[in-house]
Ligand binder design. Sequence first.
Ligand SMILES: [Zn+2]
Length: 298
Amino acid sequence: MHNPAFTMNNVKWSAWEKCCILDGVIYINSSKENDSENMEYYYPFDYYRAPVPEHLVNYILGRKGNSYKGLYLHHLFASLDCSDKEQVKRWVEKFGPLYSPWENFEENGGAKVELFPFYDAYATFKRFMEAGKDFKKLISGDPVQGGELDWDDMIFESREDRLEYTFDSTKPYLAGISPVLVMRYKEPGQRPVLEWDWAIPDLISALYFMLFLDLTTKGGPYKCADPRCGNFFYPEDLRGEPQYCSPECQNRVNQRNNKARKKKVRLLWREGKSPEEIARATGIKIEQITTWVSTFKR
Ligand SMILES: [Zn+2]
């Protein structure tokens, strides 16, 4: 299906190779090589059609060799750890700042962007991503647990109120998006066709656009079930099981669970319980218990 949101390309989306972060400001070198003519360009919606390549995700998050399954650009943004300046720097290097960099360019070709608005926009965006599961519950009609909904330093009377507040907080980030009429030449030498398109002024608006499309077509963002990871992603398999952003996260959680189970078995065995008693108490298979017990010293 043709989706007009995917065709907007009337804006220059620039990466910021060779940037640095100092005292809450992102700087781009004011050298000739870094002027607007020589900047690296990319198109954010390429990373909405297909996930961000693994090597790029690993580079930005500072991890090694994970094979991610469905991290699109807006997922990757919400998965950043903004307390890690290096991650922020690597994001800006590859995808640029959140607001149009062209307003920040100085005559000598350099540019600087305050980090505070970046962090602020990030926090609001992440909150919206976190609210994804509430949207799903709201739509499916799940009852609200308890009375008041506590959320950071605010208390809401209902989930609807909380979602409404979340919606309102995103409005300033979307205010710049507008429909535009464009003339497109499909074939060289042929007459142009009139089409409409979206004009998207900056990266943060594009990220919200992706999130809105997700919420209305794919059912919202998902968070990795490994609490030590916390990446947002879109799972391939939507069954009710815990979902992980990568097989590596799943393995880590399995290993941790296994270790905890083994520890429990060891404690019970040291108390003098038999493998049968341990199996009854823990629900772990007797074959597994006898294998472990044979390696323990009393
Ligand atoms: Zn993960």
